[in-house]
Design a protein around this ligand. Structure first.
Ligand code: NAD
Ligand code: MG
Length: 386
C-alpha cells in the first residue's frame, strides 16, 4: 500500500533528497502535493515527474506561469499563503516540512492542526513556535518526526526508552567550514567560503548557519521542544567527521549513538518509512577508511551564537523568535554582501538586548513578533551602513 505524501519546499535541498528517495521506491509513495517559493519551472517539472495532484507556488505573481506550465497534466496549480496551508492540510497522510525559515511556520501548523504525521526539517518553525506546536500536536493527535540529522539520530537512540532513564542528549556539530579559523579570518569570511560546508551539501541559509554555529544553536532549541529536556541536559560537542549524528546518555552511564555517512537521505528515509525502514542509495560507512573520530568542546568566543541561542532558550517567551528573526535578516544581508560574517552574531545579540515581548499565545502573535523584529534589525543595519 502506498502512502500519500506532500512535500513543502520541494525545490530545495531537502525537497530534492526526498524526491530522490520517492523515485527510488515509487511503489511506497503517492505524491499528492508539492510547494515552492518562486521557481514555477522547477515546481512544474517535479509535478509532472511525480504525477502530483496539486502544485502550490508561494509567489502569487508566478501563478499564471505555473498554470501554463501544467497545461495538459493532471496537476492543479494554486498560489499564496492559504494554498500552502491547503497543500499541508489536504489529502496527504505524511507531510515533509522542508520550507526554510519562519516562512514555513503557518504551513507546518496547518499540517499539525489537521493531525498529520509531519516529517520536520523546517527547524525555524519549531524554534519560533515550539510550545504552541507541540501542544497542538498533542491536542490533534499529530506526530512530529525529526528529519534534522541530529534529532533524527536522537529519536533513533531513544526508541523505546522511558523519559526517566535519559540523563542527557549530546548534539554533535561538525564545526562548519571555519572550525579552526582565527578571529581575523572570521571577520573577513566571504559568502562563498561560508556556504562551502566540509561535509554536507545544503541550502544557502542553513550553510551560513552551520558556519556561524547558529545552526547548532537553533538545534539546541529544537531538541528542547522535541524531546522535552531542559537546556542544562542538552550538550553540544564538536565532531568534525560528521559520522556520529548525535548521542543519548542514560542514567546508568550507557551512551547510544547513531552513525552514518553524512547524507540527508538517511534521516529523511527514516522519517518516510517510520516505524519501518527503507533502502536508500546512500553510501555505506567504511569505518576502517575513516580510521578515527575526533571530538572537541565548542569555542564560545569565536562562535557567540551558541551562547546567544542557549540564553534565548533559557529566557523563553519570545526570545527564540527574536533570535531566529534577527538571524534570518542578518544571514540574508551577509549573503547579499551587505554585512560582514561576524556582524551576524552581533545583529542577533543587539536584537535580543532590546527586545521586550511577552510570550506569544498564538501563531499570529509569533508572526507579529517575527515581523517587528525583522523591521527593527533591518533598519538598524541600514542605519549602520550609512
Ligand atoms: P533550500 O533553500 O534548499 O530550500 C528551501 C525550500 O523552501 C525551497 O523549496 C523554497 O522554494 C522554499 N521556500 C523558501 N522560502 C519560501 C517562502 N517564503 N515561502 C514558501 N516556500 C519557501 O533549504 P534546505 O537546505 O532544503 O532547508 C530546508 C529546511 O530544512 C531548513 O529549515 C533547514 O534548516 C532544514 N534542514 C536542512 C538540511 C539540509 O541538508 N539541507 C539539514 C537539516 C535541516
Ligand atoms: Mg542538523
Amino acid at each position: 500500500m502506498s502512502r500519500k505524501i506532500a512535500i513543502l519546499g520541494a525545490t530545495g535541498s531537502i525537497g530534492k533528497s526526498t524526491l530522490d528517495l520517492v523515485e527510488c521506491s515509487p511503489e511506497r509513495f503517492e505524491v499528492v502535493a508539492l510547494t515552492a517559493a518562486t521557481n514555477a519551472e522547477a515546481l512544474a517539472d517535479i509535478a509532472r515527474r511525480t504525477n502530483a495532484k496539486l502544485a502550490v507556488i508561494a509567489d502569487e505573481t508566478r501563478l499564471s506561469d505555473l498554470q501554463e506550465l501544467l497545461v495538459g497534466s493532471n496537476c492543479r496549480a494554486m498560489a499564496g499563503e492559504a494554498a500552502l496551508a491547503e497543500a499541508a492540510a489536504g489529502e496527504a497522510e505524511l507531510v515533509i516540512a522542508a520550507i526554510v525559515g519562519c516562512a514555513g511556520l503557518r504551513p507546518v501548523m496547518a499540517a499539525v492542526e489537521a493531525g498529520k504525521t509531519v516529517a520536520l526539517a523546517n527547524k525555524e518553525a519549531l524554534v519560533t513556535a515550539g510550545a504552541l506546536m507541540t501542544d497542538a500536536a498533542t491536542a490533534r493527535g499529530a506526530t512530529l518526526l525529526p528529519v534534522d540529522s541530529e534529532h533524527n539520530a536522537i529519536f533513533q537512540c531513544l526508541a523505546g526508552s522511558r523519559a526517566d532513564d535519559i540523563s542527557k542528549i549530546i548534539l554533535t556539530a561538525s564545526g562548519g567550514p571555519f572550525r579552526t579559523a582565527s578571529a581575523e579570518t572570521l571577520a573577513a569570511a566571504t559568502p562563498e567560503q561560508a556556504v562551502a560546508h566540509p561535509n554536507w551539501s545544503m541550502g544557502a541559509k542553513i550553510s551560513v548557519d552551520s558556519a556561524t554555529l547558529m545552526n547548532k544553536g537553533l538545534e539546541l532549541i529544537e531538541a528542547h521542544y522535541l524531546f522535552g529536556l531542559p537546556s542544562a541536559r542538552i550538550d553540544i560537542l564538536i565532531h568534525p567527521q560528521s559520522v556520529i549524528h548525535s548521542m543519548v546518555e542514560f542514567v546508568d552511564g550507557s551512551v547510544l549513538a547513531q552513525l552514518g555517512s553524512p547524507d540527508m537521505r538517511i534521516p529523511i528515509a527514516y522519517a518516510l518509512a517510520w516505524p519501518e525502514r527503507m533502502e536508500t542509495p546512500a553510501q555505506r560507512l567504511d569505518l576502517a577508511a575513516i580510521a578515527r573520530l575526533d571530538f572537541e568542546a565548542p569555542d564560545m568566543t569565536r562562535f557567540p551564537t551558541l551562547r546567544l541561542a542557549r540564553e534565548a532558550l533559557e529566557a523563553g517567551g519570545a526570545a527564540p523568535i527574536v533570535l531566529n528573526a534577527a538571524n534570518e535578516v542578518a544571514v540574508a544581508s551577509f549573503l547579499a554582501g551587505a554585512i560582514r560574517f561576524t556582524d551576524i552574531a552581533r545583529a542577533v545579540e543587539e536584537a535580543l538586548e532590546d527586545s521586550r515581548f511577552a510570550a506569544p499565545r498564538s501563531i499570529a502573535e509569533v508572526l507579529d513578533i517575527d515581523r517587528a523584529t525583522r523591521q527593527r534589525v533591518d533598519s538598524t543595519m541600514k542605519a549602520n551602513c550609512h
